[in-house]
Write a protein that binds this ligand. Structure first.
Ligand code: ZN
Length: 297
């Protein structure tokens, strides 16, 4: 993390210590779904009449020609797929990935600083994309199939397709460590560092366990845990640590429900052993060394 970014984020978020403690945090399924639910009633039916880059940061689109593709389009629906927000247009699909600090604002921000994109609608309203780290991206796809082909996203863990049989068959084919397996969007779409740590703690599985070696009971616990944790977080509008806000400034409240993520040194809520933080798949990973063993007891 660069020093300038630390300064920037501390001014921007007021609680930079949390950022330094936890490293990279990105909106995951519950946070992105929350954003979609807020946007849907506000932008569906709106016609796009303007696309502007207030800070000339045209790289917010993968290709500059994409801005022209959406001009004149009507937004017919807003859906989530994995961590992507999909604006279904009458001509194609506009996907948005918030990455680390991207925010979609429905009210004009006080300052246009860090605003990468402004999408204006025929009714006089607009959507602003504010992103201090500038990792957020918009991509236009001719069809939903084209989006799926490019992203290769796996199963949605809040869909009917998410069953223990589904997870079991995916795990059997994988020699990856379970943490890496769960983070891989091609296996399961929408999970990130927070909910993977929470689900593995819930199921009592060590993040370094080889995926194909999980026993049936562990698979059942993991499948249920992922579904329940994501549902509960969604009901609380996600987890706000630092930069995730929705509906122009509201925070998610799942942070207070976290059992292991961000609790380094604090007692495990099941066995009171202090939670440790280790590095798995280049990610800071929170583990109870007693409840989560590599070899099942
Ligand atoms: Zn424990």
């Amino acid at each position: 993390v660069s020093t300038s970014f630390k300064c920037l984020i501390s001014r921007y978020c007021k609680n930079s210590n949390i950022f330094l403690l936890l490293g990279t945090i990105m909106p995951e399924l519950p946070e992105v779904e929350t954003v979609c639910r807020v946007l849907r009633p506000k932008v569906v039916g709106c016609k796009i009449v303007g696309v502007d880059f207030p800070n000339n940061y045209t790289s917010v689109f993968k290709f500059s020609s994409e801005a022209e593709c959406i001009l004149g389009s009507l937004i017919q629906a807003v859906e989530r797929r994995g961590k992507h927000i999909l604006f279904h247009l009458d001509q194609g699909i506009l996907s948005c990935h918030l990455r680390m600090t991207g925010r979609l604002l429905l009210q004009e921000p006080l300052s246009l600083k860090h605003v990468s994109l402004k999408i204006s609608f025929e009714n006089g309203k607009a959507l602003w994309f504010q992103d201090i780290r500038k990792f957020g991206r918009f991509v236009w796809h001719a069809t939903l199939e084209a989006f799926e082909k490019v992203t290769q996203l796996g199963v949605e863990p809040l869909s009917k397709a998410w069953t223990k049989e589904c997870l079991e068959s995916l795990l059997k084919k994988s020699s990856a460590r379970i943490k890496g397996f769960l983070l891989d969007q091609k296996n399961i779409a929408g999970l990130g560092n927070i909910y993977v740590d929470e689900a593995l703690w819930f199921a009592g599985i060590h993040p370094l366990t080889v995926s194909s070696t999980l026993n049936h009971q562990q698979v059942v616990l993991l499948q249920t845990g992922i579904k329940d944790i994501l549902s509960e977080s969604l009901a609380r509008h996600g987890t706000t640590f630092l930069s995730f806000y929705f509906d122009d400034g509201k925070a998610g409240s799942y942070k207070e429900m976290l059992k292991v993520f961000g609790r380094t040194g604090q007692p495990c809520l099941r066995c009171e052993t202090p939670i440790i933080k280790i590095r798995v798949c280049q990610r800071g990973t929170h583990v109870c060394p007693c409840c989560q063993k590599v070899t099942p007891c």
